[in-house]
Design a protein around this ligand. Sequence first.
Ligand SMILES: Nc1ncnc2c1ncn2[C@@H]1O[C@H](COP(=O)(O)OP(=O)(O)OP(=O)(O)O)[C@@H](O)[C@H]1O
Length: 366
Amino acid sequence: MAEIILKTLAHTYSANPQSPDDYAIRHMEHVWHQGGAYALLGPSGCGKSTLLNIISGLLEPSEGDVLFDGQRVNELPPEERNIAQVFQFPVIYDTMTVFDNLAFPLRNMNTPEHRVKNKVLDVADILDLTELLKRKAKGLTADEKQKVSMGRGLVRDDVSAILFDEPLTVIDPQLKWKLRRKLKEIHQRFNITMIYVTHDQLEASTFADKIAVMYEGQMVQFGTPQELFETPAHTFVGYFIGSPGMNLFAVRYEAGEAWFGDIALTLPSKVTRAIAQASSRNIKVGIRPEFITVHANPREGALVARKRRLQDLGTYAILTFELGNELFKARLPEDHAAYGDEVYLEFEPEHIGLYIDEYRVGVPCE
Ligand SMILES: Nc1ncnc2c1ncn2[C@@H]1O[C@H](COP(=O)(O)OP(=O)(O)OP(=O)(O)O)[C@@H](O)[C@H]1O
């Protein structure tokens, strides 16, 4: 069993760090609960692999602590942590058979051979590898090799967490969904904490119950896929999750209104009030493309924008519009109206988010 706690964690690869930019992991506090299916999602270079390597013990953090079930493990090597790690590229022994590859971690621990056999057969069955047990690993396809790699993590009874570092990168697209489903099955069957690193939001939301979004070495939100979509806690989450991402308008308060450039935005009065009271000048209003209603004809209170592009995508359409020399998007139903050069926009008030210094702030009710 393992509850993994990260306490005031930070990591730098620099011998002489001068600024937050020198840190691959900037201050992080987090709890991975026992038995959870988690994804660690973020763009290239945000620190995902660094964090995973700190958890598995391949890296010792520069600052802070890693606790497994309350015990500090900072200096414990990977083999003493009861954690398995599956990498982008399968780590297996090509000259051994599939059976011997799967048996390897158990034989390493001097497990009696009858138990090795039972466990290997069991895991091979789960991963659909039974037919391949006598084959040399060398001749396997990439997805078969990756399954063997996963199986080596699963055979050990003492493994309490499996860390996956973009494990489907080398897998053909049509096989990816199969392996993802397999992982879900494995998670349901064994009570194992799984942390799955990816930069693909679809992969994250199909695998995980909860997703940790990383950005510039920080965990900017930890929540269900629905929470990340409906209430992004940081502008980056708004932009990164969803297709297309959230529209963000840099605004300021003047003469009783919220202005985006020289355009007065029609916002709920509580949002305008919160903008007026903000102490920072970095204020943004966010609205997802799904929550903008687009009219073909003028109507009171609607924003006037220029239509730039309309893409029909089968069951929905994406309208790109221009407002204050910037481009934004709205998602339209299949049976949308025909539009002229100008469109008239309304934002669904309950889906408007307010971001100060890039973080979402709650807007007090009226
Ligand atoms: N061994 C290293 N030495 C120096 N800097 C490193 C090292 N490994 C990673 N970094 C830097 O640390 C930061 C985080 O890298 P990391 O590999 O953890 O990100 P990532 O989110 O896993 O990216 P990717 O998805 O591309 O693997 C990056 O700026 C990277 O250049």
